[in-house]
Design a binder for this molecule. Structure first.
Ligand SMILES: [Zn+2]
Length: 192
């Protein structure tokens, strides 16, 4: 897939242009982020030529921060609609429970690939906190978290969320660093 975007997605156009929508195929989809590999999954695509229900089976490993990697495997239904000038157009059916919308792009959200609407609905700090980290490690989650940010600075100081984002990105919380340095000199500082 080789996209330079932070959020991982699977595009139907890409599958079509790569010739993956003709019969049955098993492929590795991989992503890059800032020039580094940032994840890969196995996709088995079956458009139902041999009587099966058209689907794409996704197979990868996912991890919650502090826990072990665990395998995830599920099917995304594929549906074809006729094109105006012949041929047909393929759609992903969003696998999120109770959704089922037709889509041309699926977005990685926590441990699943779902439609934009399902991914967007849950991009809020509440679910972020309760669900922990998604698959593929910290970088992506920092990106997801960043989408929830409204305010970066308050009265010249980084906001609490801003500091959390910096922590997610692996840097030290700037206020925490200051407090640590201060306490090592015997000074007590209080942050909010
Ligand atoms: Zn959906």
């Amino acid at each position: 897939m080789n996209t330079t975007e932070a959020a991982k997605r699977i595009e139907m156009t890409y599958l079509r242009k790569s010739g993956y929508l003709c019969g049955w195929t098993s492929r590795t989809l991989s992503w890059n982020w800032r020039g580094e590999p940032s994840g890969s999954i196995t996709a088995k695509i079956d458009i139902g030529l041999y009587g099966t229900e058209p689907h794409m089976e996704l197979d990868y490993r996912t991890r919650v921060e502090g826990e072990d990697w665990r395998p995830v495997k599920y099917r995304v239904r594929l549906e074809a609609t006729p094109c105006r000038f012949g041929g047909r157009r393929w759609w992903f059916i969003c696998p999120n429970l109770g959704c089922g919308r037709r889509n041309l792009v699926l977005y990685q959200h926590w441990d699943r690939f779902v439609c934009r609407k399902c991914a967007g609905l849950r991009y809020n700090s509440q679910s972020y906190r309760s669900k922990g980290f998604g698959p593929f490690g910290r970088v992506l989650d920092a990106e997801a978290f960043e989408l929830t940010m409204k305010r970066w600075y308050y009265r010249g100081k980084p906001t609490r969320k801003h500091r959390k984002l910096l922590r997610l990105r692996g840097g030290m919380d700037p206020l925490e660093a200051l407090c640590t340095a201060a306490s090592s000199m015997g000074i007590s500082l209080h942050s909010d």
